[in-house]
Write a protein that binds this ligand. Sequence first.
Ligand code: NAD
Length: 255
Amino acid sequence: MFSLKDHTAIVTGGASGIGLATARMLAGLEANIVIADLNEEAGQDVVSTLTAQGHDAIFVAANVAIADDVDALVDKALEKFGSLEILMHFAGVGLEQSAVDTTRETWDRITAVNLTGSFLVMQAAGRVMVERGYGRIVAMSSMAGIRGGTGRTAYAASKGGVAAMMRVMSVEWANSGVTVNALAPGAIETALVKKMHDAETRRAYLAGIPMDRYGTPDEVAAAAVYLALPQSSYITGVTLPVDGGFDAGGVIKRR
Ligand SMILES: NC(=O)c1ccc[n+]([C@@H]2O[C@H](COP(=O)([O-])OP(=O)(O)OC[C@H]3O[C@@H](n4cnc5c(N)ncnc54)[C@H](O)[C@@H]3O)[C@@H](O)[C@H]2O)c1
């Protein structure tokens, strides 16, 4: 029942973590895959593995914060596969830094990739999809963009901004066959989190997660793939938590 045959999907951040898991799952449903990432070596490896398994996949080296890279990425996807039905925009960078310690440099770096990058990629893909009358865009927000917490001024602002922008695009494109949604993962075990979460952060996070564990990249990928299906046609403008109940949780008694 669920197939993405003849659909082409750009997966930014597809060389690692949630993007990688999503690319694998989309390929499993027979989508053509365009991995876009800064990390050329890891990205090429992903493409080699997918290709060896019989999937159609290409790698495009791109920095999502650079408009020329983004335009070239969309051009290459169209050139290779002739269409663009799905955008999974997951490239992003994290930072744990208190509000008083956040420098202008780190603010600019985080917002350039996470917020401006999202604008550039979603706009470029959206233009093609709106013109062609069909599309599924899944952006990457975060629980950090919805709830407060320590050490996340720039990151939270960038991810809250993604959710706000997603809602506007979803409304503007609602009659063009293009749905625009976002994921809001909680704590997911990836390379980014291994760098960002020390033991104390992990303890503090787990105390607020009713399921009492971090999520896996595959658990986020499954939500992303759901929003990429033709069958998800009446869902737009949604920020979907994938968080083990973190957003719902308040006081949690463990026994
Ligand atoms: N892991 C979590 O707990 C979590 C929670 C909420 C949101 N997120 C978001 O999910 C997304 C994926 O995170 P992940 O945990 O899989 O991280 P990850 O570090 O494993 O993967 C991120 C990928 O993005 C790429 N990337 C970074 N900057 C880029 C740029 N400027 N241009 C192109 N590619 C770039 C990296 O090379 C990497 O391959 C990020 O947007 C992150 O903010 C993650």
